[in-house]
Write a protein of this length. Structure first.
Lengths: 718, 185
């Protein structure tokens, strides 16, 4: 049994990929929060999600192309798939699009609402305030540094370290350092004795100090606090020396300044990042939107495919069943309604298959029965005709055609009237059947004599109605037999009996009559006067001749009634005809003998066959006696198809009246003035004894043609 | 102010302006070498940083810029990609302090900070790598190896919202070519 399996797809891998992508989207969303631990992965996550979205897009495009091809080729299920996908897409795109639009708008508006001109000004003002506050302090510190530098005027480099230490203790500076013009440290002192390397100024700071004579800057310190760096040229120093003083801004002030600066920086950074922030959120939302739409569309394809697959299989199965493949079986592992449908389909095909098998079996049996009946009917010698209720021919067997000598096989579905029109010889036969079947629905029997092909036939008809299984009349059947041979043989038997009795009864007194006449002639010869003697002689001669004639006639009767035993043997029929015809060459002026080449030998009694030939040639000779230019034609042909030899003996005499054509071979039927009328009967009897047939056909414009068909049998047993 | 001082001041003003006007944004490595002192290799390099307008704007808006200097010791191979024997990364950050209007650079590898009153000075400072000890250098003594130095602006160190756009903005793609020189044991 052909099993069509519905493949069960595994969507674990795609589902896992989708979930991974979803998780990646979640991570990306989480990463947008500044404090997220996934912050560093943001770019990678974007790339992963964009690639994932592109892969989904590619999958979707491939699916759409495949669907389009299926749709164009009107593949099974393509329309439903398209509808499901469009429905899914419409269902997902509308709400998702709305959510996307409003989320994006809300996000942009929220980000914009964080910034305000007043807050801008306030933040800027607070920074300015801080600067002003610190500026005053740095200016005072610069002044202090100038005083310290004045203390160093004209001091040698050797003493600078000692002087600096004293100055630092006197001042508020945390670190004092003297640099050369090239930036080399000449001397330094620090509040923290652990600090060995001083906080060196940048080269550009030193350059500005050289350029302007002094430099001051507020800087973030090593720790969270602020420092003030002052750099001033030591006057009257040779070579040039520069004093750098580092002051630490008080901690509370540093904290406040840092706080203001941090807030300002954060606000400024946030403001600067505003467009980038919007872009990032929009990008994230867009990727989520695209992912949702693509995933929904792809899921729609998956769902539609899953939904359609059993239906597709069912359609294929139905087509297979429609095409006659009832062995089609679908397998399904689904438990839903579609699975139930497929199982029902399988049940249906099983039932159809079993019904079909039963029907096939019944049909085979019916065909066997039909063939059986056909064989029987075709081998029946009886004729069988079947008609429907409108007397149209429905069935005919071979025997019917042979008996009626009409190709009735070509008349199936013909009405009896149409058959009568087509075959005029069957007019009376058709009329009888119409009359019989129309008048009664009971069985009937009728003996019918009709002439066909110049032969009289007697057939015994039996008609019967046909009933269907519901006992309703469905037609008629006619069975008939050709009883002509039976009647003929009965007639022959009767004639034989009559001839035998006649021969016996007549022949017995003939011999005494003849002997008595001869005795009278012998005893009375010379004893009577001449007149009486002549009368006696004439009378006795007449008696003797008539008795001889009667004896001859009785012998003929005797031959007809009890022919001599046949002694068949293989003979060359052409040679026999040549011999017989040579006897009449002198007597018949125009005797033509035409014998085909290679006539096979026949198994026959040469004496009796010679009797037949002589009888027929003699008949022909007598027929042309009174005819000028009378001629006799003898022809012999080998009929390979019938496996017989055809002997024709034709003359152009007066011929036989049409009314006698069918009776000419019966005893005592003759068209001649003289003769017993037994000659042709004996001929027919001899031919039939050899298994052959003889018929008489008229010749146009006049004459008769005796046609003998002799079967070729080389074996006596055949 | 003397004439000499005035000319010097003008020159100092013109130098950064001319450099901004002529030199395109980018990073280029002028010189680089590794010298060995006892068991330690010392890196000396001169890297020229020229920030793009986007980077300068971001810096002045409070964004901290991070520059990475990657030093690799590679073993060139004819048919395969180069074998990396050592990879060392030096990170430099530059930040602008609004209140003090100072550029502060931080060197992560030695936890030092420096303040500069001008951006050029700060960039010059991070571009001047002088005797920076490089530990953990390994090399294949059997094969000839090369040192590769690359400097670039680390986009991934930018604030998160800036990164996607930075990847698509040429102004943020600041990266030097590979600077190769034979590495001698």
């Amino acid at each position: 049994m052909a099993v069509q399996a519905i493949r069960k797809r595994t969507y674990l891998l795609p589902a896992a990929a989708l979930l991974s992508l979803l998780f990646s989207l979640y991570l990306m969303s989480h990463a947008t929060q500044s404090s997220s631990q996934f912050n560093d992965l943001f770019s990678s996550l974007i790339v992963i999600n964009i690639i994932g979205t592109l892969v989904l897009f590619g999958l979707l495009i491939a699916n759409i192309r495949q669907l389009w091809r299926q749709f164009k080729s009107k593949a099974i299920g393509s329309r439903i798939t398209a509808k499901v996908v469009l429905l899914f897409f419409a269902i997902s795109v509308i709400p998702t699009g709305i959510v996307f639009y409003f989320s994006n708008q809300l996000l942009h508006q929220s980000i914009d609402s964080w910034f305000d001109a007043k807050i801008d000004d306030a933040v800027q003002d607070s920074l300015t305030l801080s600067r002003r506050s610190l500026d005053n302090r740095t200016l005072s510190l610069m002044k202090e540094t100038r005083q310290l530098a004045n203390e160093l005027e004209d001091e040698s480099d050797i003493l600078l370290s000692l002087i600096l230490a004293g100055l630092r203790e006197e001042s508020s500076a945390g670190e004092l350092t003297v640099f050369s013009k090239q930036g080399q440290i000449i001397a330094t002192t620090n509040l923290d004795p652990g600090v060995l390397i001083p906080n060196t100024p940048g080269s550009e700071m030193l350059m500005l100090a050289k350029q302007n004579g002094e430099f001051i800057s507020l800087e973030p310190g090593s720790f969270d606090g602020l420092i003030v760096r002052t750099l001033i040229e030591v006057k009257h120093s040779s070579p040039k020396r520069y004093l750098q003083a580092i002051y630490t801004v008080p901690e509370d002030l540093s904290e406040l300044a840092n706080s203001v600066e941090d807030a300002y920086t954060a606000y400024q950074e946030f403001n600067y990042l505003r467009s980038s922030l919007k872009f990032s959120f929009t990008l994230t939302l867009s990727i989520v939107l695209m992912f949702s739409l693509l995933a929904a569309s792809w899921a729609a394809f998956v769902f539609a495919r899953e939904l359609i697959e059993p239906i597709r299989q069912l359609v294929k199965g139905t087509e297979a069943v429609a095409a006659g493949d009832y062995e089609k079986k679908l397998t399904v592992e689904r438990e839903d309604e579609l699975g139930f449908l497929v199982n029902s389909f399988n049940d249906m095909t099983v039932r159809i298959a079993s019904s079909r098998q039963a029907a096939n079996k019944a049909q085979r049996e019916a065909e066997d029965q039909h063939a059986y009946l056909e064989t029987i009917l075709s081998h029946l010698s009886s004729g069988v005709l079947g008609f429907d209720l409108s007397l149209r021919l429905k069935m005919i067997n071979q025997g019917a055609g042979e008996i009626l000598e009409c190709p009735l096989n070509a008349c199936i579905e013909y009405s009896l009237a149409e058959i009568a029109t087509k075959f005029p010889s069957l007019q009376t036969f058709s009329a009888l059947l119409i009359d019989k079947f129309s008048s009664t629905t009971a069985q009937w029997q009728h003996e019918f004599v009709f002439s066909i092909n110049h032969k009289n036939k007697t057939i015994l008809l039996k008609g019967a109605p046909l009933y269907a299984t519901d006992q309703s009349l469905s037609g008629y059947v006619l069975i008939f037999d050709d009883v002509t041979p039976i009647i003929q043989s009965q007639r022959n038997a009767a004639w034989s009996e009559v001839a035998q009795r006649l021969a016996h009864e007549i022949k017995n007194p003939l011999t005494p009559i003849q002997l008595s006449a001869e005795r009278l002639q012998r005893k009375l010869h010379g004893k009577l006067d001449s007149a009486s003697d002549q009368l006696l002689s004439k009378s006795t001669n007449t008696i003797i001749h008539q008795v001889s004639a009667m004896k001859s006639m009785v012998d003929d009767f005797s031959d007809f009634a009890r022919p001599p035993k046949s002694k068949p043997q293989p003979i060359h029929i052409d040679q026999l005809i040549d011999d017989v015809s040579s006897l009449y060459r002198g007597q018949i002026r125009h005797l033509k003998v035409n014998i085909s080449a290679s006539i096979p030998t026949v198994f026959a009694d040469p004496i009796r066959l010679r009797q037949v030939l002589i009888n027929l040639i003699k008949n022909a000779q007598e027929a042309i006696d009174d005819i000028e230019n009378g001629e006799v034609n003898i022809s012999v042909d080998y009929q390979k198809e019938q496996h017989s030899v055809k002997i024709c003996i034709a003359d152009n005499g007066l011929g036989v009246d049409n009314s006698m054509l069918t009776q000419i071979f019966e005893p005592y039927i003759t068209s001649k003035n003289k003769g017993t009328g037994l000659g042709l009967s004996i001929v027919k009897k001899i031919i039939e004894e050899h298994g052959g047939s003889i018929c008489l056909k008229p010749v146009e414009p006049q004459g008769a043609n005796f046609i003998i068909q002799l079967p070729i049998t080389t074996d006596k047993n055949n | 102010m003397s004439t000499k001082h005035l000319l010097f001041a003008l020159l100092m003003l013109l130098i950064p302006l001319s450099s901004l006007a002529t030199e395109p944004a980018g990073i280029s490595i002028k010189t680089a070498n590794l010298s060995r002192q006892l068991d330690t290799y010392l890196l000396n390099a001169r890297i020229n940083y020229q920030l793009s307008e986007e980077a300068v704007e971001a810096l002045h808006n409070g964004i901290t810029l991070t520059f990475n200097v990657d030093l690799s010791i590679i073993e060139p191979r004819a048919w395969l990609w180069n074998k990396h024997l050592s990879n060392i990364q030096l990170a430099y950050q530059i930040k602008y302090h609004t209140l003090s209007e100072i550029y502060q650079i931080s060197r992560h590898h030695n936890n030092t900070q420096q303040n500069f009153s001008s951006l050029d000075a700060a960039l010059y400072a991070i571009g001047n790598i002088s005797d920076t000890p490089i530990h953990a250098i390994t090399s294949n003594k059997q094969a000839s190896s090369e040192a590769v130095l690359t400097a670039y602006l680390n986009i991934e160190a930018l604030p998160l919202p800036m990164r996607p756009l930075a990847y698509f903005t040429p102004g943020w793609h600041l990266q030097s070519d590979h600077y190769l020189w034979p590495f001698k044991q």
